[in-house]
Design a binder for this molecule. Sequence first.
Ligand code: FAD
Length: 570
Amino acid sequence: MSENFFTDNPDLLFRLEQLDLREVVELKERGYTYAEKYPEAPRNYRDAKDNYRLVLEVLGAICATVVAPRAAEADEQGAQYRDGEVFYADATQAALDAFRQAELMGAMLPWEYDGMNLPESIYQLMVDMVSRAEAGLMTIFGLLEIALAIHEHADEEDKAELLPKFSRGEVTGAMVLTEPDAGSDLGAVQARATYDEATDTWYLDGVKRFITNGNADVQLVLARSEAGSTDARGLSLFLLERDETVKIRRIENKMGIHASPTCEIQYNHTPAKLIGRRRFGLIRYGMELMNGARLAVSSQAVGIAEAAYREALKYAGERIQFGRPIRELSPVSRMLLSMRGEIEAARALISLSGTWVDRSKAFAARVSEGDRSYRKKQKQASALADALTPLSKYYATEMTNRVCDQALQVHGGVGYMREFNVERHYRDARITNIYEGTSQLQVVAAIGKLMGHALDGLFAEWAAQDYGDLNAEKEKMIAAGEKLHQAAETLKAKDQPVIDYYAVDLVNMAVYILNSWLLLQDSLVSERKAALARYYIAEHLPKIHMAGEIIASASEIPLAASDLVLGVVK
Ligand SMILES: Cc1cc2nc3c(=O)[nH]c(=O)nc-3n(C[C@H](O)[C@H](O)[C@H](O)COP(=O)(O)OP(=O)(O)OC[C@H]3O[C@@H](n4cnc5c(N)ncnc54)[C@H](O)[C@@H]3O)c2cc1C
Protein backbone atom coordinates (compact mmCIF):
# COMPACT_ATOMS: atom_id res chain seq x y z
CA MET A 1 0.00 0.00 0.00
CA SER A 2 1.20 3.50 -0.83
CA GLU A 3 2.68 5.66 1.92
CA ASN A 4 2.27 8.94 0.10
CA PHE A 5 -0.04 9.94 -2.77
CA PHE A 6 2.30 12.74 -3.81
CA THR A 7 5.67 11.02 -3.84
CA ASP A 8 4.27 7.82 -5.38
CA ASN A 9 2.88 9.77 -8.35
CA PRO A 10 5.60 10.94 -10.78
CA ASP A 11 3.03 12.85 -12.83
CA LEU A 12 2.15 15.13 -9.90
CA LEU A 13 5.85 15.76 -9.27
CA PHE A 14 6.30 16.49 -12.96
CA ARG A 15 3.39 18.95 -13.02
CA LEU A 16 4.72 20.76 -9.96
CA GLU A 17 8.15 21.08 -11.55
CA GLN A 18 6.73 22.33 -14.86
CA LEU A 19 4.42 24.93 -13.33
CA ASP A 20 5.63 28.37 -14.33
CA LEU A 21 4.36 30.54 -11.50
CA ARG A 22 7.30 32.90 -11.09
CA GLU A 23 5.39 36.08 -11.92
CA VAL A 24 2.24 34.96 -10.09
CA VAL A 25 4.06 34.10 -6.87
CA GLU A 26 6.09 37.30 -6.96
CA LEU A 27 2.82 39.27 -7.15
CA LYS A 28 0.94 37.14 -4.63
CA GLU A 29 3.79 37.41 -2.14
CA ARG A 30 4.19 41.15 -2.75
CA GLY A 31 7.76 40.84 -3.94
CA TYR A 32 8.33 38.41 -1.04
CA THR A 33 7.79 41.12 1.55
CA TYR A 34 5.18 39.01 3.35
CA ALA A 35 8.11 36.96 4.62
CA GLU A 36 9.00 39.87 6.92
CA LYS A 37 5.63 39.62 8.63
CA TYR A 38 4.66 35.95 8.36
CA PRO A 39 7.37 33.41 9.23
CA GLU A 40 5.87 30.74 6.92
CA ALA A 41 5.79 33.02 3.86
CA PRO A 42 8.43 32.26 1.18
CA ARG A 43 11.52 34.43 0.77
CA ASN A 44 11.94 33.81 -2.95
CA TYR A 45 10.53 31.69 -5.78
CA ARG A 46 12.63 28.64 -4.99
CA ASP A 47 11.54 28.85 -1.36
CA ALA A 48 7.91 29.07 -2.50
CA LYS A 49 8.25 25.97 -4.68
CA ASP A 50 9.90 24.12 -1.76
CA ASN A 51 6.99 25.15 0.47
CA TYR A 52 4.47 23.90 -2.08
CA ARG A 53 6.25 20.58 -2.34
CA LEU A 54 6.24 20.24 1.43
CA VAL A 55 2.52 20.97 1.68
CA LEU A 56 1.83 18.42 -1.05
CA GLU A 57 3.97 15.82 0.71
CA VAL A 58 2.20 16.33 4.03
CA LEU A 59 -1.21 16.10 2.38
CA GLY A 60 -0.07 13.14 0.26
CA ALA A 61 0.91 11.23 3.41
CA ILE A 62 -2.46 11.89 5.08
CA CYS A 63 -4.33 10.89 1.92
CA ALA A 64 -2.43 7.61 1.65
CA THR A 65 -2.35 6.59 5.30
CA VAL A 66 -5.46 8.14 6.87
CA VAL A 67 -8.03 8.78 4.13
CA ALA A 68 -7.68 6.07 1.47
CA PRO A 69 -7.59 3.10 3.88
CA ARG A 70 -11.06 4.11 5.16
CA ALA A 71 -12.55 5.22 1.82
CA ALA A 72 -14.69 2.10 1.39
CA GLU A 73 -15.96 2.54 4.94
CA ALA A 74 -16.84 6.22 4.26
CA ASP A 75 -18.74 5.12 1.15
CA GLU A 76 -20.53 2.33 3.01
CA GLN A 77 -21.59 4.43 6.02
CA GLY A 78 -22.09 7.66 4.05
CA ALA A 79 -23.28 10.98 5.43
CA GLN A 80 -26.28 10.53 7.73
CA TYR A 81 -29.39 12.61 8.38
CA ARG A 82 -31.06 12.51 11.80
CA ASP A 83 -33.55 14.93 13.39
CA GLY A 84 -32.90 17.71 10.93
CA GLU A 85 -29.11 17.51 11.25
CA VAL A 86 -26.39 16.06 9.05
CA PHE A 87 -23.57 13.88 10.37
CA TYR A 88 -20.45 13.01 8.39
CA ALA A 89 -19.36 9.38 8.22
CA ASP A 90 -16.82 8.54 10.95
CA ALA A 91 -14.05 8.16 8.38
CA THR A 92 -14.90 11.55 6.85
CA GLN A 93 -14.76 13.21 10.24
CA ALA A 94 -11.40 11.55 10.98
CA ALA A 95 -10.02 12.76 7.64
CA LEU A 96 -11.20 16.32 8.25
CA ASP A 97 -9.65 16.23 11.73
CA ALA A 98 -6.34 15.10 10.23
CA PHE A 99 -6.40 17.92 7.64
CA ARG A 100 -7.23 20.40 10.38
CA GLN A 101 -4.41 19.22 12.65
CA ALA A 102 -1.97 19.50 9.75
CA GLU A 103 -3.30 23.06 9.13
CA LEU A 104 -4.21 22.28 5.54
CA MET A 105 -7.71 23.76 5.39
CA GLY A 106 -6.88 27.34 4.41
CA ALA A 107 -4.78 26.49 1.37
CA MET A 108 -5.57 29.43 -0.92
CA LEU A 109 -6.52 32.00 1.71
CA PRO A 110 -4.09 34.88 2.26
CA TRP A 111 -1.53 34.88 5.08
CA GLU A 112 -3.40 37.55 7.01
CA TYR A 113 -6.32 35.14 7.46
CA ASP A 114 -4.10 32.27 8.61
CA GLY A 115 -4.12 30.72 5.13
CA MET A 116 -1.18 29.53 3.01
CA ASN A 117 -1.65 31.94 0.11
CA LEU A 118 -1.33 29.06 -2.37
CA PRO A 119 -1.94 29.56 -6.07
CA GLU A 120 -4.97 27.83 -7.62
CA SER A 121 -2.70 25.52 -9.62
CA ILE A 122 -1.15 24.12 -6.44
CA TYR A 123 -4.56 23.69 -4.83
CA GLN A 124 -5.59 21.63 -7.88
CA LEU A 125 -2.82 19.14 -7.15
CA MET A 126 -4.13 18.91 -3.57
CA VAL A 127 -7.69 18.27 -4.75
CA ASP A 128 -6.38 15.63 -7.16
CA MET A 129 -4.80 13.67 -4.29
CA VAL A 130 -7.74 14.03 -1.91
CA SER A 131 -10.08 12.78 -4.66
CA ARG A 132 -7.86 9.82 -5.42
CA ALA A 133 -8.11 8.96 -1.72
CA GLU A 134 -11.87 9.57 -1.30
CA ALA A 135 -13.92 11.43 -3.88
CA GLY A 136 -16.76 12.35 -1.52
CA LEU A 137 -14.40 13.98 0.96
CA MET A 138 -13.16 16.27 -1.78
CA THR A 139 -16.56 17.98 -1.90
CA ILE A 140 -16.00 19.21 1.67
CA PHE A 141 -12.26 19.90 1.39
CA GLY A 142 -12.63 21.37 -2.09
CA LEU A 143 -15.19 24.05 -1.26
CA LEU A 144 -12.59 26.72 -0.63
CA GLU A 145 -13.95 28.81 -3.51
CA ILE A 146 -16.66 29.91 -1.10
CA ALA A 147 -14.08 31.36 1.29
CA LEU A 148 -12.32 32.98 -1.66
CA ALA A 149 -15.56 34.64 -2.78
CA ILE A 150 -16.00 36.00 0.74
CA HIS A 151 -12.44 37.28 0.63
CA GLU A 152 -13.07 38.91 -2.72
CA HIS A 153 -16.45 40.50 -2.11
CA ALA A 154 -17.47 40.60 1.58
CA ASP A 155 -16.80 43.54 3.91
CA GLU A 156 -13.72 43.71 6.13
CA GLU A 157 -15.64 42.78 9.27
CA ASP A 158 -17.02 39.54 7.80
CA LYS A 159 -13.66 38.65 6.32
CA ALA A 160 -11.89 39.13 9.63
CA GLU A 161 -14.51 37.07 11.43
CA LEU A 162 -15.03 34.20 8.99
CA LEU A 163 -11.86 33.59 7.01
CA PRO A 164 -9.55 32.54 9.87
CA LYS A 165 -12.27 30.07 10.86
CA PHE A 166 -12.12 28.55 7.37
CA SER A 167 -8.33 28.34 7.65
CA ARG A 168 -8.51 26.63 11.01
CA GLY A 169 -11.17 24.23 9.72
CA GLU A 170 -13.68 25.47 12.30
CA VAL A 171 -16.32 26.17 9.65
CA THR A 172 -17.15 24.79 6.22
CA GLY A 173 -19.03 26.42 3.35
CA ALA A 174 -21.87 25.71 0.94
CA MET A 175 -22.58 27.19 -2.47
CA VAL A 176 -26.34 27.43 -2.67
CA LEU A 177 -27.57 28.04 -6.20
CA THR A 178 -29.75 25.18 -7.48
CA GLU A 179 -33.53 24.93 -7.00
CA PRO A 180 -36.07 22.35 -8.17
CA ASP A 181 -36.95 24.52 -11.19
CA ALA A 182 -33.55 26.14 -11.68
CA GLY A 183 -30.69 23.75 -12.50
CA SER A 184 -28.69 24.50 -15.63
CA ASP A 185 -30.93 27.55 -16.04
CA LEU A 186 -29.90 29.39 -12.88
CA GLY A 187 -31.41 32.60 -14.21
CA ALA A 188 -34.76 31.07 -13.21
CA VAL A 189 -33.93 31.04 -9.46
CA GLN A 190 -37.00 31.92 -7.38
CA ALA A 191 -35.73 32.05 -3.77
CA ARG A 192 -36.76 35.49 -2.56
CA ALA A 193 -34.59 38.11 -0.89
CA THR A 194 -36.45 40.98 0.76
CA TYR A 195 -34.87 44.02 2.29
CA ASP A 196 -36.16 45.34 5.59
CA GLU A 197 -35.26 48.98 6.02
CA ALA A 198 -36.10 49.02 9.72
CA THR A 199 -33.45 46.44 10.57
CA ASP A 200 -31.26 47.19 7.54
CA THR A 201 -31.22 43.45 6.82
CA TRP A 202 -32.03 41.15 3.93
CA TYR A 203 -34.22 38.09 4.58
CA LEU A 204 -34.26 34.93 2.45
CA ASP A 205 -37.21 32.63 1.77
CA GLY A 206 -37.35 29.62 -0.51
CA VAL A 207 -36.22 26.07 -1.20
CA LYS A 208 -32.86 24.96 -2.58
CA ARG A 209 -32.00 21.42 -3.61
CA PHE A 210 -28.94 19.31 -4.37
CA ILE A 211 -26.73 21.47 -2.13
CA THR A 212 -23.39 19.87 -1.34
CA ASN A 213 -22.55 20.24 2.33
CA GLY A 214 -25.79 22.19 2.83
CA ASN A 215 -25.24 21.68 6.55
CA ALA A 216 -22.32 24.15 6.34
CA ASP A 217 -22.06 26.96 8.86
CA VAL A 218 -21.35 29.56 6.18
CA GLN A 219 -23.50 29.72 3.06
CA LEU A 220 -23.48 31.78 -0.11
CA VAL A 221 -27.02 31.86 -1.49
CA LEU A 222 -28.29 33.05 -4.86
CA ALA A 223 -31.69 34.73 -4.52
CA ARG A 224 -34.03 37.11 -6.33
CA SER A 225 -33.55 40.56 -4.85
CA GLU A 226 -35.46 42.47 -7.54
CA ALA A 227 -39.17 41.80 -7.14
CA GLY A 228 -40.93 41.31 -10.47
CA SER A 229 -37.73 40.42 -12.35
CA THR A 230 -37.63 37.12 -14.21
CA ASP A 231 -34.04 36.67 -15.37
CA ALA A 232 -30.45 36.59 -14.12
CA ARG A 233 -30.32 40.36 -13.79
CA GLY A 234 -32.71 40.21 -10.84
CA LEU A 235 -30.47 37.93 -8.79
CA SER A 236 -28.00 38.82 -6.04
CA LEU A 237 -25.64 36.82 -3.85
CA PHE A 238 -26.08 36.63 -0.08
CA LEU A 239 -23.90 35.52 2.79
CA LEU A 240 -25.41 33.90 5.83
CA GLU A 241 -24.41 31.96 8.88
CA ARG A 242 -26.73 29.04 9.42
CA ASP A 243 -29.23 29.49 12.25
CA GLU A 244 -32.56 27.93 13.30
CA THR A 245 -34.37 29.54 10.32
CA VAL A 246 -32.41 27.28 7.95
CA LYS A 247 -34.11 23.91 7.80
CA ILE A 248 -32.37 20.93 6.21
CA ARG A 249 -35.32 18.92 4.92
CA ARG A 250 -33.48 15.81 3.74
CA ILE A 251 -30.30 14.49 2.22
CA GLU A 252 -30.27 12.65 -1.10
CA ASN A 253 -29.76 8.91 -1.49
CA LYS A 254 -27.13 8.96 -4.22
CA MET A 255 -25.34 6.64 -6.64
CA GLY A 256 -21.87 7.76 -5.50
CA ILE A 257 -19.87 10.22 -3.36
CA HIS A 258 -21.83 8.89 -0.38
CA ALA A 259 -19.67 10.73 2.14
CA SER A 260 -20.78 14.04 0.66
CA PRO A 261 -24.11 15.23 2.09
CA THR A 262 -26.37 16.58 -0.67
CA CYS A 263 -29.07 18.60 1.06
CA GLU A 264 -32.47 20.06 0.41
CA ILE A 265 -32.73 23.30 2.33
CA GLN A 266 -35.57 25.59 3.24
CA TYR A 267 -34.92 29.19 4.22
CA ASN A 268 -37.58 30.70 6.46
CA HIS A 269 -37.02 34.43 6.63
CA THR A 270 -33.32 33.85 7.17
CA PRO A 271 -31.24 36.98 7.82
CA ALA A 272 -28.46 37.43 5.27
CA LYS A 273 -25.99 40.01 3.99
CA LEU A 274 -25.69 41.18 0.41
CA ILE A 275 -22.33 40.25 -1.13
CA GLY A 276 -21.01 42.66 -3.71
CA ARG A 277 -23.41 44.58 -5.93
CA ARG A 278 -27.12 43.94 -6.32
CA ARG A 279 -28.17 42.23 -9.58
CA PHE A 280 -24.67 40.82 -10.15
CA GLY A 281 -25.32 37.69 -8.08
CA LEU A 282 -25.25 35.25 -10.97
CA ILE A 283 -23.75 37.10 -13.89
CA ARG A 284 -20.62 38.01 -11.97
CA TYR A 285 -20.20 36.41 -8.54
CA GLY A 286 -22.05 33.16 -9.28
CA MET A 287 -20.01 32.66 -12.44
CA GLU A 288 -16.77 33.37 -10.56
CA LEU A 289 -17.74 30.85 -7.90
CA MET A 290 -18.64 28.23 -10.47
CA ASN A 291 -15.51 28.77 -12.54
CA GLY A 292 -13.34 28.10 -9.49
CA ALA A 293 -15.42 25.08 -8.56
CA ARG A 294 -15.26 23.79 -12.15
CA LEU A 295 -11.49 23.55 -11.95
CA ALA A 296 -11.75 21.81 -8.58
CA VAL A 297 -14.18 19.27 -10.07
CA SER A 298 -11.79 18.78 -13.00
CA SER A 299 -9.06 17.84 -10.53
CA GLN A 300 -11.51 15.66 -8.64
CA ALA A 301 -12.18 13.83 -11.91
CA VAL A 302 -8.48 13.25 -12.52
CA GLY A 303 -7.95 12.01 -8.95
CA ILE A 304 -10.75 9.45 -9.31
CA ALA A 305 -9.37 8.33 -12.69
CA GLU A 306 -5.89 7.93 -11.15
CA ALA A 307 -7.32 5.70 -8.43
CA ALA A 308 -9.27 3.58 -10.92
CA TYR A 309 -6.31 3.25 -13.29
CA ARG A 310 -4.05 2.04 -10.49
CA GLU A 311 -6.57 -0.62 -9.48
CA ALA A 312 -6.79 -1.76 -13.10
CA LEU A 313 -3.02 -1.86 -13.63
CA LYS A 314 -2.53 -3.92 -10.48
CA TYR A 315 -5.31 -6.33 -11.33
CA ALA A 316 -4.11 -6.74 -14.91
CA GLY A 317 -0.69 -7.78 -13.61
CA GLU A 318 -2.15 -10.37 -11.22
CA ARG A 319 -4.99 -11.93 -13.17
CA ILE A 320 -3.87 -14.90 -15.25
CA GLN A 321 -5.91 -16.00 -18.25
CA PHE A 322 -4.72 -18.06 -21.20
CA GLY A 323 -1.54 -18.75 -19.22
CA ARG A 324 -0.36 -15.17 -18.79
CA PRO A 325 -1.21 -11.94 -17.00
CA ILE A 326 -4.04 -10.23 -18.86
CA ARG A 327 -1.87 -7.09 -19.06
CA GLU A 328 0.09 -8.87 -21.78
CA LEU A 329 -3.00 -9.21 -23.96
CA SER A 330 -2.94 -6.31 -26.35
CA PRO A 331 -6.64 -5.34 -26.05
CA VAL A 332 -6.10 -5.03 -22.28
CA SER A 333 -2.83 -3.14 -22.59
CA ARG A 334 -4.58 -0.86 -25.07
CA MET A 335 -7.16 0.04 -22.41
CA LEU A 336 -4.42 0.69 -19.85
CA LEU A 337 -2.46 2.87 -22.26
CA SER A 338 -5.56 4.81 -23.21
CA MET A 339 -6.35 5.47 -19.52
CA ARG A 340 -2.82 6.60 -18.71
CA GLY A 341 -2.66 8.91 -21.74
CA GLU A 342 -6.00 10.53 -20.96
CA ILE A 343 -5.16 11.06 -17.28
CA GLU A 344 -1.86 12.77 -18.01
CA ALA A 345 -3.37 14.85 -20.81
CA ALA A 346 -6.15 16.01 -18.48
CA ARG A 347 -3.64 16.96 -15.78
CA ALA A 348 -1.63 18.97 -18.27
CA LEU A 349 -4.77 20.76 -19.45
CA ILE A 350 -5.94 21.55 -15.92
CA SER A 351 -2.47 22.79 -15.05
CA LEU A 352 -2.53 25.15 -18.02
CA SER A 353 -5.99 26.43 -17.08
CA GLY A 354 -4.96 26.88 -13.45
CA THR A 355 -1.89 28.85 -14.47
CA TRP A 356 -3.99 31.27 -16.53
CA VAL A 357 -6.53 31.57 -13.71
CA ASP A 358 -3.66 32.35 -11.33
CA ARG A 359 -2.27 34.97 -13.71
CA SER A 360 -5.67 36.50 -14.28
CA LYS A 361 -6.27 36.84 -10.53
CA ALA A 362 -2.79 38.16 -9.74
CA PHE A 363 -2.94 40.76 -12.54
CA ALA A 364 -6.51 41.74 -11.59
CA ALA A 365 -5.36 42.42 -8.04
CA ARG A 366 -2.72 44.82 -9.38
CA VAL A 367 -5.21 46.54 -11.67
CA SER A 368 -7.68 47.01 -8.81
CA GLU A 369 -4.89 48.66 -6.82
CA GLY A 370 -4.51 51.17 -9.63
CA ASP A 371 -1.55 49.70 -11.54
CA ARG A 372 -2.74 50.21 -15.12
CA SER A 373 0.34 48.57 -16.61
CA TYR A 374 -1.25 45.17 -15.93
CA ARG A 375 -4.52 45.89 -17.74
CA LYS A 376 -3.62 44.40 -21.09
CA LYS A 377 -2.04 41.30 -19.55
CA GLN A 378 -5.04 40.86 -17.28
CA LYS A 379 -7.45 41.00 -20.19
CA GLN A 380 -5.49 38.39 -22.10
CA ALA A 381 -5.15 36.12 -19.04
CA SER A 382 -8.80 36.31 -18.14
CA ALA A 383 -9.88 35.59 -21.74
CA LEU A 384 -7.72 32.46 -21.75
CA ALA A 385 -8.87 31.40 -18.28
CA ASP A 386 -12.50 31.76 -19.41
CA ALA A 387 -11.91 29.63 -22.50
CA LEU A 388 -9.77 26.97 -20.84
CA THR A 389 -11.88 26.40 -17.71
CA PRO A 390 -14.96 24.90 -19.44
CA LEU A 391 -12.70 22.91 -21.79
CA SER A 392 -10.88 21.42 -18.78
CA LYS A 393 -14.11 20.59 -16.98
CA TYR A 394 -15.57 19.03 -20.12
CA TYR A 395 -12.52 16.95 -20.95
CA ALA A 396 -11.49 15.84 -17.45
CA THR A 397 -14.97 14.80 -16.36
CA GLU A 398 -15.84 12.95 -19.57
CA MET A 399 -12.38 11.38 -19.41
CA THR A 400 -12.85 10.07 -15.86
CA ASN A 401 -16.04 8.30 -16.92
CA ARG A 402 -14.23 6.67 -19.85
CA VAL A 403 -11.29 5.71 -17.64
CA CYS A 404 -13.44 4.27 -14.84
CA ASP A 405 -15.46 2.32 -17.39
CA GLN A 406 -12.28 0.83 -18.86
CA ALA A 407 -10.81 0.17 -15.40
CA LEU A 408 -13.93 -1.78 -14.47
CA GLN A 409 -13.79 -3.64 -17.79
CA VAL A 410 -10.19 -4.70 -17.10
CA HIS A 411 -11.47 -6.32 -13.89
CA GLY A 412 -14.03 -8.40 -15.78
CA GLY A 413 -16.78 -9.81 -13.53
CA VAL A 414 -15.14 -8.91 -10.22
CA GLY A 415 -15.21 -5.25 -11.25
CA TYR A 416 -18.98 -5.42 -10.92
CA MET A 417 -18.72 -6.54 -7.28
CA ARG A 418 -18.91 -4.20 -4.31
CA GLU A 419 -15.75 -5.63 -2.70
CA PHE A 420 -13.60 -4.13 -5.43
CA ASN A 421 -12.67 -0.45 -5.20
CA VAL A 422 -13.12 0.09 -8.91
CA GLU A 423 -16.89 -0.27 -8.52
CA ARG A 424 -16.85 2.72 -6.12
CA HIS A 425 -14.66 4.81 -8.41
CA TYR A 426 -17.03 4.10 -11.30
CA ARG A 427 -19.99 5.36 -9.25
CA ASP A 428 -18.10 8.36 -7.85
CA ALA A 429 -16.89 9.49 -11.27
CA ARG A 430 -20.42 9.77 -12.64
CA ILE A 431 -21.31 12.99 -10.84
CA THR A 432 -18.34 14.96 -12.14
CA ASN A 433 -19.80 15.67 -15.58
CA ILE A 434 -23.12 16.70 -14.03
CA TYR A 435 -22.47 19.09 -11.15
CA GLU A 436 -20.95 22.55 -11.47
CA GLY A 437 -22.55 22.61 -14.90
CA THR A 438 -23.12 19.54 -17.03
CA SER A 439 -20.83 18.74 -19.95
CA GLN A 440 -23.44 20.20 -22.29
CA LEU A 441 -23.24 23.49 -20.39
CA GLN A 442 -19.43 23.45 -20.59
CA VAL A 443 -19.81 23.16 -24.36
CA VAL A 444 -22.20 26.12 -24.28
CA ALA A 445 -19.61 28.09 -22.29
CA ALA A 446 -16.72 27.18 -24.59
CA ILE A 447 -18.25 27.36 -28.05
CA GLY A 448 -18.33 31.15 -28.38
CA LYS A 449 -14.67 31.36 -27.38
CA LEU A 450 -13.70 28.70 -29.91
CA MET A 451 -15.65 30.38 -32.69
CA GLY A 452 -13.77 33.55 -31.71
CA HIS A 453 -10.49 31.58 -32.13
CA ALA A 454 -9.51 32.18 -28.49
CA LEU A 455 -6.76 29.55 -28.55
CA ASP A 456 -4.98 30.70 -31.72
CA GLY A 457 -2.40 32.75 -29.79
CA LEU A 458 -1.41 29.74 -27.68
CA PHE A 459 -1.19 27.46 -30.71
CA ALA A 460 1.01 29.98 -32.56
CA GLU A 461 3.34 30.27 -29.58
CA TRP A 462 3.72 26.50 -29.32
CA ALA A 463 4.15 26.08 -33.08
CA ALA A 464 7.18 28.37 -32.98
CA GLN A 465 9.15 25.88 -30.87
CA ASP A 466 11.52 23.13 -31.97
CA TYR A 467 10.46 19.63 -30.88
CA GLY A 468 13.47 17.74 -32.22
CA ASP A 469 12.46 14.16 -33.04
CA LEU A 470 8.82 15.14 -32.70
CA ASN A 471 8.86 17.91 -35.30
CA ALA A 472 6.79 15.70 -37.62
CA GLU A 473 4.11 15.62 -34.90
CA LYS A 474 4.39 19.39 -34.60
CA GLU A 475 3.63 19.79 -38.31
CA LYS A 476 0.60 17.55 -37.92
CA MET A 477 -0.66 19.70 -35.07
CA ILE A 478 -0.15 22.89 -37.07
CA ALA A 479 -2.30 21.37 -39.81
CA ALA A 480 -4.86 20.24 -37.23
CA GLY A 481 -5.02 23.80 -35.86
CA GLU A 482 -5.79 25.08 -39.36
CA LYS A 483 -8.54 22.51 -39.62
CA LEU A 484 -9.97 23.71 -36.31
CA HIS A 485 -9.92 27.29 -37.56
CA GLN A 486 -11.74 26.25 -40.71
CA ALA A 487 -14.29 24.20 -38.77
CA ALA A 488 -15.02 27.16 -36.48
CA GLU A 489 -15.65 29.36 -39.52
CA THR A 490 -17.91 26.71 -41.07
CA LEU A 491 -19.95 26.45 -37.89
CA LYS A 492 -20.20 30.21 -37.45
CA ALA A 493 -21.96 30.48 -40.79
CA LYS A 494 -24.76 28.11 -39.67
CA ASP A 495 -28.06 28.84 -37.92
CA GLN A 496 -28.04 28.71 -34.13
CA PRO A 497 -29.75 25.29 -33.75
CA VAL A 498 -27.16 23.76 -36.08
CA ILE A 499 -24.33 25.43 -34.16
CA ASP A 500 -25.73 24.06 -30.88
CA TYR A 501 -26.07 20.58 -32.35
CA TYR A 502 -22.48 20.37 -33.63
CA ALA A 503 -20.78 22.47 -30.94
CA VAL A 504 -19.55 19.38 -29.12
CA ASP A 505 -17.58 18.29 -32.20
CA LEU A 506 -15.71 21.60 -32.29
CA VAL A 507 -15.00 21.28 -28.56
CA ASN A 508 -13.67 17.74 -29.05
CA MET A 509 -11.36 18.96 -31.81
CA ALA A 510 -10.12 21.80 -29.64
CA VAL A 511 -9.35 19.71 -26.55
CA TYR A 512 -7.56 16.99 -28.50
CA ILE A 513 -5.42 19.63 -30.22
CA LEU A 514 -4.74 21.45 -26.95
CA ASN A 515 -3.77 18.22 -25.21
CA SER A 516 -1.51 17.19 -28.06
CA TRP A 517 0.36 20.50 -27.90
CA LEU A 518 0.66 20.24 -24.14
CA LEU A 519 2.13 16.75 -24.36
CA LEU A 520 4.54 18.01 -27.02
CA GLN A 521 5.64 20.68 -24.55
CA ASP A 522 6.18 17.99 -21.93
CA SER A 523 8.18 15.94 -24.43
CA LEU A 524 10.86 18.65 -24.39
CA VAL A 525 11.88 17.66 -20.86
CA SER A 526 11.10 13.96 -20.57
CA GLU A 527 11.74 10.95 -22.77
CA ARG A 528 8.78 9.13 -21.29
CA LYS A 529 6.54 12.10 -22.05
CA ALA A 530 7.90 12.14 -25.61
CA ALA A 531 6.71 8.55 -26.03
CA LEU A 532 3.37 9.52 -24.53
CA ALA A 533 3.04 12.53 -26.85
CA ARG A 534 3.78 10.40 -29.91
CA TYR A 535 1.22 7.81 -28.83
CA TYR A 536 -1.45 10.36 -27.87
CA ILE A 537 -1.15 12.21 -31.16
CA ALA A 538 -1.25 8.96 -33.15
CA GLU A 539 -4.46 7.99 -31.33
CA HIS A 540 -6.15 11.38 -31.44
CA LEU A 541 -5.24 12.85 -34.81
CA PRO A 542 -7.80 10.64 -36.58
CA LYS A 543 -10.40 11.76 -34.01
CA ILE A 544 -9.56 15.40 -34.74
CA HIS A 545 -10.00 14.76 -38.45
CA MET A 546 -13.25 12.92 -37.87
CA ALA A 547 -14.70 15.79 -35.81
CA GLY A 548 -13.58 18.15 -38.58
CA GLU A 549 -15.37 16.01 -41.16
CA ILE A 550 -18.55 15.98 -39.07
CA ILE A 551 -18.54 19.77 -38.93
CA ALA A 552 -17.70 20.08 -42.63
CA SER A 553 -20.84 18.11 -43.41
CA ALA A 554 -22.98 19.74 -40.71
CA SER A 555 -26.56 20.08 -41.85
CA GLU A 556 -30.17 20.46 -40.76
CA ILE A 557 -30.83 16.75 -41.40
CA PRO A 558 -30.68 15.54 -37.77
CA LEU A 559 -32.76 18.47 -36.54
CA ALA A 560 -35.36 17.91 -39.23
CA ALA A 561 -35.53 14.18 -38.44
CA SER A 562 -35.63 14.50 -34.67
CA ASP A 563 -39.34 14.99 -33.88
CA LEU A 564 -40.53 12.37 -36.36
CA VAL A 565 -37.92 9.78 -35.36
CA LEU A 566 -38.47 10.31 -31.62
CA GLY A 567 -42.24 10.42 -32.06
CA VAL A 568 -42.53 13.83 -30.41
CA VAL A 569 -45.82 15.59 -31.06
CA LYS A 570 -45.68 19.34 -30.45
C1 FAD B 1 -24.59 15.32 -6.02
C2 FAD B 1 -24.91 16.71 -6.45
C3 FAD B 1 -24.33 17.79 -5.79
C4 FAD B 1 -24.66 19.09 -6.16
N1 FAD B 1 -24.13 20.15 -5.46
C5 FAD B 1 -24.58 21.41 -5.71
C6 FAD B 1 -24.20 22.52 -4.89
O1 FAD B 1 -23.40 22.39 -3.96
N2 FAD B 1 -24.74 23.73 -5.14
C7 FAD B 1 -25.62 23.93 -6.15
O2 FAD B 1 -26.09 25.05 -6.30
N3 FAD B 1 -25.99 22.91 -6.97
C8 FAD B 1 -25.50 21.66 -6.77
N4 FAD B 1 -25.88 20.61 -7.57
C9 FAD B 1 -26.76 20.86 -8.70
C10 FAD B 1 -26.08 20.66 -10.04
O3 FAD B 1 -25.18 21.71 -10.29
C11 FAD B 1 -27.17 20.51 -11.10
O4 FAD B 1 -27.77 19.25 -10.87
C12 FAD B 1 -26.64 20.61 -12.50
O5 FAD B 1 -26.16 21.89 -12.77
C13 FAD B 1 -27.69 20.24 -13.55
O6 FAD B 1 -28.93 20.82 -13.28
P1 FAD B 1 -30.24 19.90 -13.25
O7 FAD B 1 -29.94 18.73 -12.38
O8 FAD B 1 -31.39 20.72 -12.89
O9 FAD B 1 -30.37 19.36 -14.72
P2 FAD B 1 -31.13 20.10 -15.92
O10 FAD B 1 -30.70 21.51 -15.99
O11 FAD B 1 -32.57 19.81 -15.84
O12 FAD B 1 -30.49 19.35 -17.17
C14 FAD B 1 -31.01 18.11 -17.68
C15 FAD B 1 -30.30 17.79 -19.00
O13 FAD B 1 -30.53 18.85 -19.95
C16 FAD B 1 -29.30 19.36 -20.44
N5 FAD B 1 -29.41 20.80 -20.67
C17 FAD B 1 -30.03 21.72 -19.90
N6 FAD B 1 -29.88 22.94 -20.42
C18 FAD B 1 -29.14 22.82 -21.54
C19 FAD B 1 -28.63 23.72 -22.54
N7 FAD B 1 -28.86 25.03 -22.49
N8 FAD B 1 -27.91 23.21 -23.56
C20 FAD B 1 -27.66 21.88 -23.65
N9 FAD B 1 -28.12 20.98 -22.74
C21 FAD B 1 -28.83 21.44 -21.70
C22 FAD B 1 -28.29 19.04 -19.35
O14 FAD B 1 -26.97 18.98 -19.85
C23 FAD B 1 -28.79 17.69 -18.86
O15 FAD B 1 -28.29 16.70 -19.70
C24 FAD B 1 -25.54 19.31 -7.23
C25 FAD B 1 -26.10 18.21 -7.91
C26 FAD B 1 -25.81 16.94 -7.53
C27 FAD B 1 -26.45 15.80 -8.26
